[in-house]
Write a new protein. Structure first.
Lengths: 347, 258, 560
């Protein structure tokens, strides 16, 4: 594109009223229209006063900010119409600080618009392409350097260097190795096991089968969760071992993932969505549907926890349960499959 | 502007006073506030039966045994009736996916009569007593834990409600009375599962109610809440108001001055 | 020696009037910066409101750096479990991570801390929003065309980095909402074929959530990505300076000039002032409207969740894509491929961002237009591009709305299930419709422009002719509008190459060239040429003639 190279001297970079590059018709600049403040000194003074007033108010707002910050306790709550019941310190300091900043901005813009010259200026663009001789010179410099280094001829140096440079980032990747452990069986196992009691989440009470009402929902965890709390915390296991317990009329149970995995209509399912791992406990007792609030996967708990809607591909894993000699709910065994979202090696 | 200063110690003071007085007050009034279910009289049950036959039996059946249009009410208990009728969900205005709260069709006395009648049909959860709803000894923080564990998945962490399957929804709790919160937990209305007193004890429920009441105060230190609906309304506000104001400013900056 | 040096410096000192002369001399003595500074101060920028959208993004970034620095003074990225004992009563005694408890401390115990947090969060939303609308402006006006393709790619990278930066920051408070988002992100990483499980294990230091992720996200959020953003933003701005800003067609505007105002003093005041406006508005919004009230969500626990779990708006479209995807998963030879996750969360965004970044080359290839462009297209004058843009935007908007389907369902009493099915259908049906409609609107606007050129604009004054006919008086449009309309450069579709050359030999490249020529024709098809000078002249004469004839024997009857 060499058209841009030689400005024509025409003020608009045009010739015969046509843009040299694009061929569009070029119209002359419109005559400049004077503003009120350009003609009327009174208007100019008024604008000047307005700008100064904004800057001054800004300073006052900073003082207000400091006063509000110091005087209003951080615990004072006030009720303001429209906004609500809010922290007074927050509201007052935020308002003062915001106004202080905003007024500087509005003042500066007002100043520029009203008082600074508003005659448009034309500037030429310069070519973004170098001249051919310049390009030639670069190519020559490069060729000279290449020849002097011998990068072209000395193949053995070139190849060994490329090899070394290719390997140089490897330690940077290897160094990341100890970011975490290898997966191992972590994603496949939970702390559920035969005979582990089901206890209520947050209050850790054992659950008597007779205390689970028809249509009831209990968010539960394994009893041994508390045992590991001291050493490793409970969060990792909560992300895998959390379950929900529901009870329905045994006649309404269409199917289960294993025979007699329920106890008199009491069913236990993983709480961790098989899609992306959100805790799923939006149990709708009339339809026995379990909804995940993250992506709306829906599972039918009366029918083996099968997926009836949404992006989840696998049914919700069921935990086989029974009761101990005192009638408390216990697990028959751990989960028979990995809980939670899919992973490559899951199979 | 109502100025309403709250010292952190104030809450403890209130708590201490409340704890002290409830003990005394309880002894004095406990004789009068015996549970409603227990005060039911023959006439109240009779009145309830009449009301039932007139207003409810067309769907629930003459013996409340249920039918194609309504479930059996045998054994649902007084709590269920008080909740459904007291919040105006029943009688159903029009069939739909879910009964919505509206103006109650029956006055409190009639509601009590209906509840008393249904309670005679089978054993079910009773209407909670004043004592069960007294949250003065509730543990707020534990209530929050229990709320987030058992309630937030449907009603939202701030209690503003949420969507369920097929157009059903978990209602907003911001205007719900303690009594109805309690009754909902023990009776499991509509889609909601039951939370029995054995697995979620009376005290647990009190804690939860206390936490919901704290949410109902709608204190928002950081300013307007945008309905407490989370990032969706925050994003909408940002585009409509925030970016709107900035673009108007940009247009003002670019406009020729006169 | 020293005296000679002084005498050299003196003229500069005396010429640079005022107090700043000393400083200017000091710097120039060391950097010979006079020439550069003069060019900088005199640099002309065109004036248009839409050129300020990128500035909003830049200013938001500065606000983010500022407010973020303050937040680091109190925030503690540790996942060590502590029992909360701060001043927010409803969480007193609750176990939580130090990350969450320090965020609570910022919100309740540090005076002005909540304001800073809310400034930071609102500014983050502004940042991505401003980048997005800036991108739309650049796209629809064709400002990405040669020679600005590199800056377009940098802009695309900036957008991707902004999304990552936003998401990592959203996760840092370790509250129930953000933790759920992090859990989903972990699930997505875990679903990457072959390496996903390992990447997830390494990133989180083991199982989710582990105890490492906050510290790692923190260094990514406050060091790695901001560093990259800062570097790329600098290059982005230098390129705008160096290549000079584009401008809309208008009187006196050509491909080889820039018409506008000088940086000093006009833009110093206007753009500098605009920084304060953006900052001020952000602070006021942060003062009056709360954002991300983490104390309501509570600390993160992988066994708790809240209804209406949403990401911040800029991740919403990805969440929407994940929601709409049908539940496909393949188990093959003992390995699991989760199409339901990798398609919406990795493949679709991968395609979208690649297409976005490569668009300048795609269009240049399809149209064969390799010229430099410094005059912007009005969107109507590039109907195919505008149509494609609206089509992509429609696709994006459906995903975005789907990302909030549960909140919409709850607010308007709709069924999530039927909404999901509707969106699945609309995602494929609406974009093509949007393309066709947009193109038609563009062409309609072009015709109206031509009408205005030839017949002037309708004044609303109606004449009644003696014959009983009515005639509305048209008046010619002004030069500014004429220049704007005629600023449409003529486009020439590529020639269809001959399948056989002059000697009757088959052209081996013909098939590819024909395809390109056809693409070029499709791109430029039904573009309406602007009237020629002759047509304009004739029409002007005709109109004048008609008006004279009419006015000489009738009177104006209506004036509305």
């Amino acid at each position: 594109m060499n058209e841009l190279e030689h400005p024509t001297g025409d003020p608009y970079g045009a010739k015969d009223g046509k843009d040299l590059v694009s061929g569009i018709t070029v119209f002359p600049m419109e005559p400049h229209v004077l503003r009120k403040a350009d003609i009327d000194p009174k208007a100019a003074r008024r604008a000047e006063r307005q700008v100064a007033a904004m800057f001054t108010t800004s300073s006052l707002m900073i003082i207000l900010f400091i006063v509000a910050f110091v005087v209003i306790p951080n615990t004072t709550i006030i009720t303001v119409p429209v906004i609500g019941t809010v922290n007074a310190n927050h509201l007052a300091t935020g308002f003062a600080f915001g106004m202080a900043i905003l007024l500087i901005g509005i003042g500066a813009i007002h100043w520029a618009k009203k008082l600074m010259p508003d005659v448009e200026v034309t500037q030429e663009r310069h070519s973004l392409t170098s001249r051919d001789d310049e390009r030639q010179a670069v190519a020559e410099s490069f060729a000279r350097g290449k020849a002097e280094s011998g990068f072209g001829e000395r193949k053995i140096i070139r190849r060994s260097l490329l090899g070394a440079l290719a390997l140089f980032p490897v330690p940077l990747i290897v160094l990341l190795r100890d970011l975490g452990p290898l997966p191992g069986t972590r994603l496949r196992e939970t702390i559920w096991d035969k005979g582990i009691h089901l206890v209520t989440d947050a209050t850790y009470r054992k659950i008597k089968a007779s205390d689970v009402p028809l249509g009831g929902l209990i968010n539960a965890v394994p009893e041994n969760l508390l045992e590991i709390e001291h050493d490793e915390g409970t969060l990792n296991q909560r992300g895998k071992a959390s379950i929900i317990i529901v009870r329905m009329d045994p006649a309404e149970i269409v199917s289960q993932q294993g025979e007699t995995w329920d106890y008199q209509g009491i069913l236990a399912f993983s709480k961790i969505c098989t899609h992306l791992g959100c805790p799923t406990s939006l149990y709708q007792q009339r339809t026995h549907h379990l909804l995940c609030p993250c992506h709306q996967s829906t599972f039918d708990l009366s029918d083996s926890g099968n997926v009836v809607f949404g992006p989840a591909a696998r049914r919700m894993p069921q935990l086989a349960i029974t009761v101990d000699s005192e009638g408390y709910l216990v697990a028959q065994s751990g989960f028979d499959q990995p809980v939670g979202p899919s992973f490559w090696e899951r199979g | 502007m109502a100025l309403n200063k709250r010292h952190p110690a104030a809450l403890f003071a209130v708590l201490a006073v409340a704890l002290g007085t409830t003990g005394v007050a309880y002894a004095a009034v406990s004789n009068q506030t015996t549970p409603k279910v227990a005060t039911q009289s023959e006439t109240q049950v009779e009145q309830g039966k009449q009301l039932f036959l007139e207003g409810c039996s067309s769907c629930h059946g003459l013996a409340a045994q249920g039918g194609s249009d309504g479930p059996s009410l045998i054994g649902v208990g007084a709590a269920s009736v008080d909740f459904q009728v007291g919040t105006g969900r029943m009688p159903l205005a029009a069939p739909g996916v879910q009964a919505m709260a509206s103006m109650p069709s029956y006055n409190p006395e009639e509601t009590a009569a209906l509840a008393a009648f249904i309670a005679t049909l089978g054993i079910g959860p009773a209407i909670p007593t004043q004592e069960m709803l007294d949250t003065s000894d509730a543990e707020l923080a534990l209530g929050g834990e229990l709320f987030r564990t058992n309630c937030a998945q449907c009603h939202g962490a701030s209690g503003t409600g949420g969507a369920l399957s097929q157009g059903r929804m978990a209602p907003n709790l911001m205007g719900s009375d303690a009594k109805y919160l309690y009754e909902a937990m023990i009776s499991g209305p509509q889609s909601m599962p039951l939370f029995s007193d054995q697995t979620l004890t009376e005290q647990d429920k009190k804690d939860i109610i206390a936490y919901v009441q704290e949410l109902q105060k709608n204190i928002s230190p950081g300013g307007a809440t945008l309905g407490r609906l989370g990032p969706v309304t925050e994003g909408l506000f940002l585009f409509i108001v925030g970016l709107g104001v900035l673009i108007v400013s940009a247009v003002w900056i670019g406009a020729k001055s006169k | 020696m020293s005296t000679t040096q002084d005498s050299v410096a003196t003229p500069a000192n005396t010429n640079a009037a005022g107090k700043n002369g000393g400083v200017a001399t000091f710097i120039d003595d060391r950097l010979a910066s006079a020439n550069f500074t003069k060019r900088l101060l005199d640099k002309v920028f065109p004036d248009h409101w839409s050129f300020m959208l990128g500035e909003i993004a830049l200013y938001s970034f500065i606000i983010l750096l500022l407010s973020g620095t303050y937040l680091t003074l109190w925030y503690n990225p540790s996942m060590t479990e502590v029992v909360y004992n701060g001043s927010y009563v409803p969480l007193k005694g609750v176990k939580m991570s130090e990350a969450f408890s320090s965020t609570l401390a910022i919100s309740f115990d540090v005076r002005g801390g909540l304001l800073l947090r809310q400034i930071h969060h609102w500014a983050a939303l502004f940042f991505v929003a401003a980048i997005s609308v800036h991108l739309l402006r650049v796209f629809f006006t064709g400002a990405f065309r040669k020679p600005r393709e590199i800056n377009w790619v940098i802009g695309t990278l900036l957008l991707v980095l902004a999304l990552l930066e936003g998401f990592s920051g959203y996760s840092l408070p370790d509250d129930l909402l953000s933790g759920t988002g992090l859990r989903i992100a972990q699930g997505i990483i875990q679903a990457i074929p072959l390496v996903g499980t390992y990447v997830a294990m390494f990133l989180f230091g083991g199982e989710f959530p582990g105890t490492d992720i906050m510290g790692r996200l923190y260094s990514i959020h406050i060091l790695l990505i901001p560093g990259l953003l800062l570097g790329l933003i600098t290059v982005h701005l230098i390129m705008v300076f160096y290549q000079k800003h584009t401008q809309f067609p208008g009187p006196g505007r050509t491909e080889s000039n820039v018409v506008g105002f000088r940086l000093f003093p006009i833009y110093m005041a206007k753009a500098g002032g605009f920084f304060f406006v953006v900052f001020g508005i952000t602070v006021l919004i942060a003062a009056f409207v709360t954002i991300n009230p983490i104390w309501l969500y509570g600390p993160y626990t992988p066994s708790q969740v809240t209804a209406g779990s949403q990401p911040d708006w800029y991740i919403g479209w990805l969440d929407g894509a994940v929601r709409l995807m049908p539940n496909l998963e393949t188990s093959l030879l003992g390995y699991t491929i989760s199409w339901n996750i990798i398609v919406p969360a990795l493949v679709v965004p991968g395609i979208m961002f690649t297409a976005l970044g490569l668009y300048p080359w795609i269009e240049a290839w399809a149209t064969g237009d390799k010229r430099e462009h410094h005059l912007l297209d009005r969107p109507r004058n590039a109907p195919t591009r505008t149509g494609l843009g609206v089509m992509a935007l429609t696709f994006y908007m459906i995903l975005q709305i789907a990302g909030g389907n549960d909140v919409i369902a709850a607010a308007f009493n709709l069924s999530i299930n039927s909404m999901t099915w509707t969106f699945r259908f609309l995602l494929f049906a609406l974009p093509p419709i949007a393309f066709v409609i947009t193109k038609r609107i563009c062409l309609g606007l072009q015709r109206r422009d031509n009408d205005k050129l030839l017949h002037g604009y309708e004044t609303g004054r109606v004449l009644r002719l003696p014959s009983g006919e009515f005639l509305e008086i048209h008046e010619p449009i002004g030069d500014a509008e004429k220049a704007m309309i005629l600023g449409k450069a003529d486009v020439i579709p590529l020639e269809l190459p001959a399948a056989v050359d002059a000697n009757g030999v088959r052209n081996p490249k013909a098939a590819k060239s024909i395809m390109r020529a056809k693409l070029s024709r499709w791109y430029y098809s039904d573009v309406i040429p602007t009237p020629t000078d002759e047509e304009m002249l004739e029409s002007a004469n005709h109109a004048e003639h008609e008006l004279h004839a009419a006015q000489s024997n009738t009177k104006e009857i209506a004036n509305h």
